[in-house]
Design a protein around this ligand. Sequence first.
Ligand SMILES: [Zn+2]
Length: 188
Amino acid sequence: MSAQPMLERHARMQVALALIVRRARLSIVHWETRVARDALRALYREVHGEPAPSGQLPTAGGAAITTRHCQLCASVFVMLYRHLQLASSGASGQDRRSRSIVAMIQAHDLAQRVLGAEHSLDITLCWMLARDLRMGRARLRSCPQCQIQYLVTEQGRFDQGCPLCARYRSLGLSSLKVGQAGGSLLRG
Ligand SMILES: [Zn+2]
């Protein structure tokens, strides 16, 4: 018997555990790993001491982004995910798929560290955003005003404008001017 299937099974269980520890929905864990749903339910209960939540996923990640602040945090996640995914662009087939899910988990964790635990993004939302990005249903757009890249999605609840500029406006600041000497000045 070849050792390959055992290694493969071990790798899939590692991904399943990583997703469950971060409280991903089991439908996603099953989709990514093909581990049996009963085994995943048992694993979830063992890790968290409670049954896994059930219910429908939103069809698009954009529908789950309900505030400008969430859009800004999601933009950070997507930028990190895209950067990490570029590292796996040379892979193909199953290898590429498994690297993509690892990149998603790493980007989720990095975003949490960058944004702080109180602004962390739900791993299920991160998974949906990564999927929508690959399918062209979400993308990054450059803001000509403040120069950041931000996320725009199908079914987005906003005017698809820049969340950082919206934040400036809500603070009563109309624009960000960068001085020629390299200093920056927020104009009211
Ligand atoms: Zn902007």
